[in-house]
Design a protein around this ligand. Sequence first.
Ligand SMILES: [Zn+2]
Length: 153
Amino acid sequence: MIEHRAEEYIRLAMAAAETAAQRGNAPFGAIIVDPNGAVVATAYHRVKEMLDPSAHAEITAIRTLCQERRTTSLEGFRLYVNKEPCPMCCICMIEAKLAALYYGDSDEASVPCYIPAEEIARRARGHRLRVYGGILATETIRQREQLSRQYGL
Ligand SMILES: [Zn+2]
């Protein structure tokens, strides 16, 4: 079951995506929510500004929160992102033992090696990541198109 605040959290991820675009990065944003529903991490895609191909929004959010809490386990936490994550980020979520992933639309063309998040989650051993896609998908697509035009991305 998709919990009722999913759309609210996706909108926060969309706000982070706008920050990414304003700073010349691809328009992706992610947030992490704790088991009580509190937003505990917000991150945006920083590949260009960090000159780091792994600085995706999801990885940046996980890295920041793990370092802050001095742990590698985010059991019970949930991640929200405006677009379906790439395989690198999905695997990082499984490594971090996140409980669930919620995303907006799926855009196969934006990922160099597309594997559906659900497929990666299904194949994971030892940890089950629940995956819910298509949340506010029409809006997440429209926002990225608009940001790409506005910032010439
Ligand atoms: Zn990624």
